[in-house]
Design a protein around this ligand. Structure first.
Ligand code: NIG
Ligand code: FE
Length: 431
């Protein structure tokens, strides 16, 4: 969103006449099991924001009677929400926005019957996005990232995790992280950066995979940390990408550099998770084929399982992550888009919510909690984001629906009307 399209800043904002307010109130730990569907619904509600934070949220009658509001009502900017739905700004905790071109050849090959892994083994896939990213300037990449962030904001997403991962040299990975930072500075939402130099082994290291892991561990991770360009390090732990042993080395290097960890695991083949779990990663992502014993382990950990059903959809898979088994076993589950050129070119969390409901049998309430509070936990931002409670950042989304269940119902239809970032009202360019 272009900042010039925002209303002039006003220190206090009252959102009144909210038909359904989803507060997601509760403690700041990931929601598990039956608690995942507790979304803290309040009807006929209001929210008061000031200084970028939530001051009060609750039944409108109670909010309007509050002594501060009675005294200061004239200082407020007031918005009539028309009986619509307000929820915490959606949190997309897994995206790969630093790419330069769509992958249309892969798209057509898959339609003709080739699998993602076959295309990758034949030189397509992630490796085919690398040359264009290496060639692009930081400015060009920053514009690509900003375009994606704007599209996300239009659909109600106010916090995004953004990974590098198509540069695969120290220079191109640093350039990718700088592009994320440049775009983040021009965007009103919050961006969390992740170094994914271990996305795949680049062609020049074919047959010398461990040497590339050495470069990632000894050069790229320390450099990204020194330049303060990344908060997390990610690795694609999968056949054809990095082994479990190599992934552990990458986690160890991240820990030594003071960075958090997260991993793409169990997307196509199962991996044993306990060694990686000892690094207390913030999140394990994909988790399509996780073993039952690892589900038991995860249920006792703070690590969130981030499910990415838009990738299954776009790859044309009939199988989706087994969300029910994970949730019912007590694993903390989040949802994200996985926005990337190969497996998920969508910026829409609402579409992901819809897929979670229709293909993973998550209830609309569970899917929303997984896209707000649990997604905040997956980014270790739960003290500031993910719910509408006094003291938290005033990042909210107003959807043009009367019932929150409509968010996943009107699929492939952007019903987000407005976002509020740090208590400032922004216009949704599409509304
Ligand atoms: O999360 N699995 C690894 N990475 C991405 C795909 C990236 C690509 O194909 O460009 C994913 O699906
Ligand atoms: Fe991904």
């Amino acid at each position: 969103m272009n900042p010039s399209r925002q209303f002039p800043s006003n220190p206090y904002l009252l959102l009144a006449n909210i038909g359904q307010l989803l507060t997601l109130r509760g403690d700041s730990s990931p929601r598990r099991g039956a608690a995942l569907k507790e979304i803290g619904l309040i009807e006929d509600a209001a929210v008061l924001c000031g200084g970028g934070r939530i001051i009060a949220a609750g039944p409108q009658r109670a909010i309007l009677r509050g002594p501060w509001l009675r005294k200061n009502r004239r200082k407020l900017r007031e918005v009539d929400c028309g009986g619509r739905v307000i929820l915490p700004g959606l949190i997309d905790s897994h995206t790969h926005p630093v790419f330069y071109e769509p992958r249309l050849l892969d798209f057509e090959k898959r339609i003709a019957g080739a699998s993602y892994q076959e295309i990758a083994a034949a030189g397509g896939g992630i490796r085919s996005s690398v040359a264009a990213v290496r060639k692009a300037t930081r400015k060009q990449l920053g514009q690509q990232v900003l375009g994606a962030l704007k599209a996300m904001l239009e659909q109600g997403t106010t916090t995004v995790e953004a990974k590098s991962g198509y540069g695969l040299t120290a220079e191109a990975e640093i350039k990718s992280l700088q592009a994320i930072r440049d775009a983040a500075r021009l965007w009103p939402g919050a961006v969390v950066s992740t170094l994914l130099a271990a996305h795949v082994v680049p062609p020049e290291f074919a047959g010398k995979e461990d040497q590339y892991v050495d470069v990632v561990c000894r050069e790229i991770i320390p450099l990204a940390a020194k330049k303060k360009l990344a908060e997390f390090v990610d690795v694609f732990c999968e056949h054809g990408a990095f082994t479990l042993g190599q992934s552990e080395r990458i986690f160890a290097s991240a820990r030594a550099a003071g960075l958090g960890t997260r991993a793409h695991v169990c997307q196509f083949t199962a991996s044993k998770l306990h060694t990686l779990l000892s690094y207390q990663p913030a999140s394990f992502d994909h988790m399509d084929c996780v073993a039952q014993e690892d589900i038991g382990l995860l249920a006792r950990e703070q690590t969130v399982a981030t499910l990415l059903p838009a990738a299954n959809y776009f790859l044309g898979h009939s199988e989706f992550p087994d969300a029910r088994r994970l949730i019912d076993s007590g694993v903390a589950v989040a949802l994200a888009t996985d926005y990337n050129p190969g497996t998920s070119p969508t910026p829409s969390m609402a579409f992901v919510i819809s897929l979670a409901c229709t293909h993973m049998k998550m209830s609309p309430a569970e899917a929303i909690a997984a896209s707000t509070m649990n997604a905040a936990c997956a980014l270790r931002l739960q003290e500031r984001k993910g719910s509408i409670e006094p003291g938290k950042d005033a990042d909210l989304a107003l959807f043009d629906v009367k019932d929150y269940r409509e968010i996943g119902y009107w699929f492939a239809w952007n019903r987000c009307r407005q976002v509020i970032m740090s208590g400032q009202l922004g216009l949704n360019e599409k509304s």
